[in-house]
Write a protein that binds this ligand. Structure first.
Ligand code: SF4
Ligand code: SF4
Length: 362
């Protein structure tokens, strides 16, 4: 007699997946067309058919500890081919957003960031912080006017370094939880050994290239990733440089770091606009895009847009406008970083680990 298995479905999990973009989940009748279609699925562990049935059954722990959900790059080919309209690509995206909430620390922040109704609150917090900072800061006004007249660097820098510390702590806890889950799902060997090749693969977007039809998204992602990495490097160098007195902001336009930062900002802006245009122009992708997708992308593009606008207004010495736009810019940066472990930004961390785990399996 065959072994029997008692299944305890997590109904809340099924509802969560359906509310985060996988609403057609239950239409799946397991024909496996999707797994045959997916060019990224390995022969020995094809997806997403298996993830569809496990999600239908509410096997939350099994599904969220499955590295396969991070190997999907959301090209949508399987959704297009699915004869039942179950949209498996969207379900995989919903599973990733559920996984981010599941491993998030603190978990209430993960749920809050995933809730559209909480959006005003998420921005009110940084608005209050920077509003208070502007009121509290020195009122010594120099000519030409600089952002530091209203938002002093000696207050901004410790604030952002503190945020960076909190974010690293939150990511650290999330990583520990995820690695435990991967281990319980059978991941063996050292994940560290797989990290470097996985990061190289992510930075070169090799898998995106394998998804032949996604050339536009490939370039959008690649430009955004590299531009963002450059800006993060530049922000760290200038932040530390000014703290130890080796650099003085604002940097001159001819300063090599300033040129580098402006080039990176432009690259992120172009990449982000490509991704936005790709989602808006294609009715299928528009339909498949969730709040979770829009949040990160719109915040990122808005940060760069307000950064460029604030800089131009500073050069033009348009005082009210430059401080207003800079205030919005700071609020957006705060939101991007503080909420990073709970938004699509977290893909970078979990995807890298999942790819490392998969490499150790092969
Ligand atoms: S998601 Fe669609 S293509 Fe995939 S197994 Fe289910 S019905 Fe078939
Ligand atoms: S969306 Fe694309 S990458 Fe993801 S499972 Fe479907 S075919 Fe594969």
């Amino acid at each position: 007699m065959a072994d029997s298995m008692l299944i305890q479905p997590d109904v809340g999990f099924i509802k969560g997946v359906m509310c985060s973009g996988g609403e057609d989940l239950k239409k799946c009748y397991q024909c496996a067309t999707c797994s045959v279609t997916c060019t990224l699925a390995p022969d020995d562990a094809p997806f997403p058919r298996q993830q569809m049935i496990r999600t239908q059954w509410g096997l939350k722990d099994q599904v969220l500890s499955d590295p396969a959900i991070w190997l999907c790059h959301n090209c949508g080919d399987c959704s297009t081919r699915c004869p039942r309209g179950a949209r498996p690509g969207d379900v995989m995206g919903a599973l990733r957003s559920q996984a981010i909430q599941h491993f998030a620390a603190p978990s209430f922040l993960g749920r809050l960031v995933a809730t559209p109704k909480a959006l005003p609150f998420l921005f009110l917090v940084p608005a209050a912080v920077f509003g208070g900072l502007a009121l509290w800061g020195p009122k010594e006004i120099t000519e030409p006017r600089e952002f530091a007249n209203v938002f002093p660097l000696h207050l901004l820098e410790p604030l952002f370094f503190a945020i960076a510390g909190l974010v690293m702590l939150a990511f650290g806890i999330g990583v520990v939880r995820f690695v435990k889950a991967l281990r319980s799902a059978g991941a063996r060997g050292s994940l560290v050994a797989g990290l470097v090749p996985s990061l190289v693969e992510i930075m070169t977007h090799k898998r995106f290239k394998d998804c032949g039809k996604e050339r536009v998204r490939f370039w959008g992602h690649l430009l955004t990733l590299w531009g963002f990495a450059g800006l993060a490097l530049m922000g760290t160098v200038v932040g530390i440089g000014t703290m130890v007195g080796m650099m003085h902001t604002p940097l001159a336009l001819s300063n090599p770091w300033k040129i580098f930062a402006n080039a990176c900002a432009l690259v992120v802006f172009i990449g982000g606009l490509i991704l936005l245009a790709d989602r808006v122009a294609d009715p299928e992708k528009r339909k498949a895009s969730t709040y979770f997708d829009w949040f990160f992308l719109l915040v990122l593009v808005s940060i760069v847009g307000t950064g460029i606008a604030a800089e131009l207004l500073r050069l033009a010495q348009s005082v009210t406008a430059m401080y207003t736009i800079y205030f919005i810019h700071l609020v957006l940066i705060f939101a991007l970083f503080l909420y990073a472990p709970y938004t699509k930004f977290a893909h970078l961390v979990y995807r890298t680990l999942a790819m490392a785990a998969t490499r150790q399996r092969t």
